[in-house]
Design a binder for this molecule. Sequence first.
Ligand code: AGP
Length: 614
Amino acid sequence: MCGIVGYVGPQQAQSIILNGLKQLEYRGYDSAGLALLEQNGKIAVRRDAGKLANLQEMVKAAPIEGHIGIGHTRWATHGQPSQRNAHPHVSMNGRVVLVHNGIVENYAELREELLAEGIIFNSDTDSEVIVQMAERFIEAGYDFEHAVRESLQRLMGSNAVVVMNVDSPDRIICARLGNAGGIALGIGKGEMFLASDIPAILEYTRDMIFLENRQIATITQNGYQVTDLEGNPVETDIQNIPWDPISAVKGEYKHFMQKEIFEQPQSMINTLHSRVDFERGRLSIPDLNLTPELARRLKRLFIIACGTSYYAGLIGKYMIEEIARLPVEVEYGSEFRYYNPIVDEHSAVLAITQSGETADTLAASELARNHGATMWSIVNVIGSQSMRISDGYIAMQAGPEIGVASTKAFTTSLVDLYMLACVLGEARGIVSGESYRRLVNALARIPDLAGRVLDHDQEYQELANLFFKAQNFLFIGRGINYPVALEGALKLKEISYIHAEGYPAGEMKHGPIALIDESMPVLAVVTKDALYDKMVSQIEQARARGGIVIALATEGDQTIRQKADHVIYVPASPPLLAPIVNVIPLQLLSYHIAVRRGCDVDQPRNLAKSVTVE
Ligand code: AGP
């Protein structure tokens, strides 16, 4: 989950690297650093523990001249967050410098081997074994590229590696092993960029190449060459990234999360764009590659994801089973990857992943492919590993999601899941004609309904002022709104650090109701649907035990006012699309509570935006 940036070209590298790291700070931030090859052929390093601001101060006090450099923001896996363990790491004799993302699973063995050869280590990180090995091969007579290839072939685990060498001052070598964070090469005019994530270099170029697993690239200001680990050149395709650089900055918002919550109507429109024809009531998702033969062959769909994306999958199960009558199993990527799933050519596996780089989801996807399943993904980051390994995909088209807490990617993926349910339902002959047209046209109002919810932001802020001191919170819902309760709880806990649990409302009487008292606020998702009456009785049970209930209800529902202590109203929406609208007040409530508590909303403690390690 670390952030990596590199540059080689006629410009001063320092400012380009710092600017890029700023765009990536959300990915990981225990420490930060950069290294340049100076004109005098030496490696100059600046690095420090803590936020990127510490590095910026350090560089301001002691700037570095140079046209080639690499930078890093770190989310610690091995070795405490400290100046000593901050990247970049320099080899013992000062010839090679490295930044790294991922985990060297056999680093202890490699470290022992190098220590036995007299290598002196300067850090407690796994990363350092790579740079020490590379220097050892160079000093044994290998050229730079060969030395790096030899070193990488010794590594086990998923790793993204970027190195420079004082004897080859015109080039940077980078490599991707396994599903660790990807590396994007940015192709400029007479200059080259590299980054672990698109926003870091998007303002300089939209033309990018994404390294695949076990590929190595050498970049110079004149261009690039990509090979496999054995040094054989490989074909690469240049992708043009449609995102605009402006969308990767906060603008008038206080936090990226706030901006991305308010971008949701637009991101829903973006994901519908060019796929839906409301005039004719038609949908088309060409990138999915759903053929009639495949539609006939499918007997089961597995949805694999993590965190918020997993909750989107739980909602997608209701949509797809209801509309397409296709059995759906939803599983955490971290679980699916370790069991022996009953997956075959009659199965499709759908990975839902904003980053497209989540290690558990990627590993589960690889397992499914190896069992012969068709591999689909709903993914936001263009060129990400999930997008590349899929037989078909639905690009969320939500634009960069920078805040660690996922918001617009969640609701956009729900729109995509609904579209998937419709195209599957039609291809399997379950829905057609007028009923199909009605399903498709139900999407037309969703962005507008989301916008109407956002208009009530002030209400959620006032509610946050009443509850920001809570130590615990319960979110309950039923049916398709049960995953909404789970997502509401996750949003609150991950940015405000309040312990929050989501629960199926019908389960309250089987234990959790013992928790209810005036210090345990209960947020009940009780919008009008077939389970409304059941939800109302759950609310009454909670209040009978002194619980404070916040009801999220449908506009016009006066009954609920007598049942709950506080009511948040949302506009009526079709039951299968209701989660898209119902989740927005929960996002804003969590956001305002976290702000009121003075939490770091965009960079919550211990978290990173893309979990590229196990
Ligand atoms: C959500 O707010 C969290 N940041 C986290 O649960 C996230 O959804 C999860 O890590 C999956 O990420 P992905 O969608 O990029 O795979």
